[in-house]
Every structure is written in C-alpha cells, then in structure tokens.
Write a protein that binds this ligand. Structure first.
Ligand SMILES: Nc1ncnc2c1ncn2[C@@H]1O[C@H](COP(=O)(O)OP(=O)(O)O)[C@@H](O)[C@H]1O
Ligand SMILES: [Mg+2]
Length: 145
C-alpha cells in the first residue's frame, strides 16, 4: 500500500489506519511522523483496535513504550519525542522494546537516528487545516528492494 490523501476528520484518519492494518505482517515496524496534533496517536489507536487490541491506546509520552496484545502478536507503541527532550533517550532500550514485539509503532522516530534502517513503513501526517490532515503511507521495504 502506498497512499497520499487528505483526511477531513479524525474518523477518516482512523478509517485509513484500519485499512492499513490489513496490510501489516509480523515483524513490521511503522514510523509515525508529523508535528504535535498531526494525528499520529489517532492513527496508532485505530490501527491497534483494528488488530484486536481492547482497552485504551494512548500516547506513551511519559514511558518508553506501551505494549498491547493483538491478533498479530505483541505490539510495542513508542513515542520518542519527550524521551529525546528529557535526555533520557536510550537507544538500546528502544531496540529491546522493538525486538520483543511482533509489530512496532514509533511516534517521533527522528529521535532515534538509524531506526529507518529497520522500518518497513513510513506514515507521514501533516496539518492541512484545523480538521484536515495530509496522510502519506509509504512502504519502505518495497522501495528498497
Ligand atoms: N483529519 C484529522 N485526522 C486526525 N486528527 C484530527 C483530524 N482533524 C482534527 N484532528 C484532531 O487532531 C488531534 C490529533 O491528536 P493526536 O492523534 O494525539 O496527534 P499526535 O499523536 O500526532 O500528537 C486530535 O485532537 C484530533 O481530534
Ligand atoms: Mg501522539
């Protein structure tokens, strides 16, 4: 799946994430890029729910990762923004969390240079208006092979 569209509501962004969930395989690592409020967590939440996670999915802003059990296996949901700010960034910890998971979702991946090398998808979200977001989904594994 490669996609470049404008979402006109949080519900539309969630629907895109639901469709994208069907494309995912065990071992995938999804980078979620975009400014604060661009919709990274909205996207991640719908993705997790589509994969059978029940219970809340929130931004793991104050810890390293949230872990969820899903049909695909174990999901690790990371947010590296605040980690970088706090200077508490530990690259080994990030790698360990991702190694332990069957699917990785990383908000603010720019906090961890080199993470791109193991990523299989890039999702870029951008502000287009108060209620509109550009949504771009790119398969990294297809692009590099
Ligand atoms: N089209 C849209 N897609 C996604 N979120 C939207 C959209 N329009 C408005 N929003 C709002 O933007 C905010 C996105 O927040 P969030 O998903 O937490 O972003 P991030 O994790 O990137 O900081 C939510 O309050 C959501 O309701
Ligand atoms: Mg977030």
């Amino acid at each position: 799946m490669n996609l470049d569209v404008v979402s006109r509501s949080p519900e539309q962004t969630a629907a895109l994430a639901t469709a994208f969930a069907a494309e995912l395989n065990v071992g995938d690592l999804v980078l979620l890029e975009g400014d604060l409020g661009a919709g990274k967590t909205t996207f991640a939440r719908a993705l997790c729910q589509a994969l059978g996670v029940d219970g809340p999915v929130t931004s793991p802003t104050f810890g390293v990762a949230h872990r969820y059990d899903a049909r695909i296996g174990r999901i690790a949901h990371l947010d590296l923004h605040r980690l970088g700010e706090l200077g508490a960034f530990d690259r080994d910890l990030v790698d360990d969390e991702l190694d332990d998971a069957d699917l990785g979702l990383v908000e603010w991946p720019s906090g961890a240079p080199g993470l791109e090398d193991r990523a299989t998808w890039r999702v870029q979200l951008g502000h287009a208006s108060p209620s509109e977001r550009t949504v771009r989904i790119e398969s990294l594994s297809e692009a590099t092979r």
